[in-house]
Write a protein that binds this ligand. Structure first.
Ligand SMILES: [Ca+2]
Ligand SMILES: [Ca+2]
Ligand SMILES: [Ca+2]
Ligand SMILES: [Ca+2]
Length: 254
C-alpha cells in the first residue's frame, strides 16, 4: 500500500514538474514586453543594513530604473537607479542603488502625500495575475519613505502602514544611497483586519509580478519625477498603483 502511494506521489510530482517546466508563461492581463527577472536563491539571506557587501548579491543581475512615468527629461545628476533581487523560502530581498541629488521628506506624517516625498515604491503581485489592485490585495504597492515605513492603500480605501511586511534600511555611501529591503510576500487573501495572515513560502520556479519605482522630489510641492523599472505605454503612465498588468515578471531561480 505504501509503495503504491509513494509511486502515485512520484508520478504526481513528475507530472506537475514537467508541466511547470514546459508551460509557457501566461501573459494574459499584462502589457506586452514586460521585463523578466531571474532572481537567484540566497543560501544566506543578505543582512538588511544598507551595505551591499553580502555574498547573496554577487550572483544577481542589476536592472535599471529608467522609465520616466511622470516629469520631463531627466538629468543624470538628478536621478539614476538600479536594483537586484534574491530570495529565500521565507522572504524576497531587494538591493537598490540610487543617485538622487537632494533627499527630501517634506511631509513628516508618512500617511500624508507620501508619494510627493522621495520614496521607493515596490510592487508585488504574488500570483502574477495582473488586474486591478487599487483597493484590494490582488497586488501590493509598498511606498517606502525615507524613514523606512511601508505605506499602501488598504481595502478600506485608506492609506495605511504595512511596516510589518518589510524590513528596510538605507545608507549613503559616497554619492549613492544603498537601500536594502526584505519583504514578506502575501497573496490576495490577505486581510487588513485579520490576525492570522501568513506570508507565502517561496520556491524555485515561482512566478510573480514585480516592479520598482522611485518618486523623486527635490524642491517642489509635488514630486518632480516618477521613474519606474517597466515601460509604460500611452499617456497615462502612472497607473501601476492601480493596474498590476504593468508589472514585470519575477521568476525565482534555484
Ligand atoms: Ca547588507
Ligand atoms: Ca533628484
Ligand atoms: Ca494577484
Ligand atoms: Ca530627491
Amino acid at each position: 500500500m505504501d509503495c503504491i502511494r509513494t509511486l502515485q506521489l512520484l508520478l504526481l510530482l513528475t507530472a506537475s514538474g514537467a508541466a511547470a517546466a514546459g508551460q509557457p508563461l501566461d501573459t494574459r492581463g499584462h502589457d506586452p514586453d514586460r521585463t523578466h527577472y531571474l532572481a537567484p536563491r540566497a543560501d544566506i539571506a543578505p543582512e538588511i543594513d544598507g551595505i551591499a557587501d553580502d555574498e547573496a548579491w554577487m550572483t544577481a543581475d542589476w536592472r535599471p530604473i529608467d522609465n520616466i512615468w511622470l516629469g520631463g527629461p531627466l538629468d543624470a545628476g538628478d536621478f539614476q537607479g538600479r536594483y537586484k533581487l534574491v530570495w529565500t523560502p521565507q522572504r524576497l530581498y531587494l538591493l537598490v542603488e540610487i543617485l538622487d541629488d537632494v533627499l527630501v521628506d517634506f511631509h513628516r506624517d508618512p500617511l500624508q502625500q507620501y508619494w510627493d516625498d522621495d520614496c521607493l515604491e515596490i510592487f508585488i503581485d504574488e500570483d502574477h495575475s495582473g488586474g486591478n489592485h487599487q483597493y484590494n490585495h490582488n497586488a501590493f504597492a509598498y511606498h517606502l519613505s525615507l524613514d523606512n515605513q511601508a505605506i499602501d492603500i488598504g481595502t478600506n480605501r485608506k492609506a495605511q502602514h504595512y511596516n510589518h511586511h518589510v524590513t528596510s534600511k538605507w545608507r549613503q555611501t559616497g554619492d549613492h544611497v544603498i537601500w536594502e529591503v526584505a519583504v514578506d510576500v502575501y497573496d490576495d487573501q490577505y486581510s487588513d483586519s485579520g490576525a492570522n495572515n501568513q506570508p507565502v513560502a517561496l520556491h524555485a520556479g515561482k512566478i510573480m509580478g514585480f516592479m520598482l519605482a522611485y518618486c523623486d522630489n527635490d524642491r517642489s510641492e509635488l514630486r518632480e519625477h516618477f521613474i519606474g523599472s517597466e515601460h509604460a505605454a500611452g499617456d497615462h503612465k502612472d497607473r501601476g498603483w492601480i493596474d498590476a498588468g504593468l508589472f514585470g515578471t519575477l521568476e525565482l531561480a534555484e
